[in-house]
Design a protein around this ligand. Structure first.
Ligand SMILES: NC(=O)c1ccc[n+]([C@@H]2O[C@H](COP(=O)([O-])OP(=O)(O)OC[C@H]3O[C@@H](n4cnc5c(N)ncnc54)[C@H](OP(=O)(O)O)[C@@H]3O)[C@@H](O)[C@H]2O)c1
Length: 265
């Protein structure tokens, strides 16, 4: 079951799951995009697909997905979808922050609560919650998004401990820059004037492919509780952990506040 699977990383996770022999349930809002992705997976992988058109911002989404998969022996849940409010915190209307909490916090919590007992009853299976490098420090211009991705990461780590005794793997997957459908990158000079030159510091200029990030999730699904989508992201996270928090937040803030999308605002 892949939540957020019409395009981008979610489509790559679904294809990778199918490559491991799983039939896949693809969930997203866009019917047409889901149909294209499902058809490509069926043709390439010869597995069955099921499409669920669901808005994960709907508070009832988790229950709807649990009901629509009640007849399936669910093996793996990948919660991939994200809402990404951006800009200065006070700029957008408050309603967008509710969507952020519904998509990034409430619905993954509900799905874990509803599907967890089914996985535990079998004594096997896995849940991967897709988080972000944005979860590892305050991230100006994406403040509420980063906070929500931190919730997802910590949720996964806690469940990893609680559920391993039941034979269920849980992974918080920390994703760094990936060339997905909505990835917009940064100007080549985005890091000018930003201190620090470890291998992960400039990853936004060299996004990974969704296929590589998806393949790695399935390689590391059993390793939990926190795995990174790219070696350089893990190196950066380790290096940042030893720095003063102000330095870390200021460094990422100098990059995000200079993204082209914010220059005209
Ligand atoms: N790409 C990166 O550089 C990057 C970096 C760090 C973390 N991540 C994380 O990686 C994950 C995937 O990102 P991505 O870049 O692949 O995004 P993306 O290309 O925008 O794809 C997001 C997927 O989620 C679905 N989705 C979004 N909101 C939804 C909603 N309310 N209800 C149902 N489905 C919804 C979208 O389908 P519909 O639009 O059809 O609903 C789409 O299939 C996210 O959790 C993100 O935080 C990405």
């Amino acid at each position: 079951v892949i939540a957020g699977a019409s395009v981008g990383l979610g489509a790559a996770f679904a294809d990778a799951a199918a490559g491991h022999g799983f039939n896949v349930v693809l969930i997203a809002r866009r019917q047409e995009a889901l149909a294209v992705t499902a058809a490509a997976i069926e043709a390439r992988r010869h597995v069955e697909t099921r499409r669920l058109v669901v808005d994960l911002a709907d508070p009832a989404a988790g229950q709807a997905i649990a009901d629509a998969t009640a007849d399936i022996d669910v093996g793996v849940l990948v919660y991939n979808a994200a809402a990404e409010p951006e800009g200065l915190f006070l700029a957008p209307p408050l309603a967008g922050y509710r969507t952020n909490l519904e998509v990034n916090c409430w619905t993954p919590t509900v799905l874990c609560h509803l599907l967890g007992p089914r996985l535990q009853a079998k004594g096997r299976g896995a849940v991967a919650i897709v988080s972000s490098m944005a979860a590892l420090q305050g991230i100006p211009m994406f403040t509420a998004y980063g906070a929500a991705k931190a919730y997802e990461l910590i949720l996964a780590e806690g469940l990893w401990h609680e559920w391993r005794a039941h034979g269920v793997d849980v992974l918080g997957y920390v994703v760094g820059a990936t060339a997905s459908s909505t990835f917009r990158g940064a100007a080549p000079d985005a890091y000018d004037g930003v201190a620090g030159s470890n291998p992960g510091a400039q990853r936004i200029l060299q996004p990974a492919s969704p296929e590589a990030v998806a393949a790695r999730l399935f390689e590391r699904l059993h390793l939990g509780p926190r795995q990174y989508s790219h070696d350089d992201d893990e190196i950066k996270a380790s290096a940042d952990a030893g720095l003063p928090r102000a330095e870390v937040v200021d460094a990422i803030g100098r990059v995000t506040s200079r993204l082209a999308r914010f220059q005209s605002r």
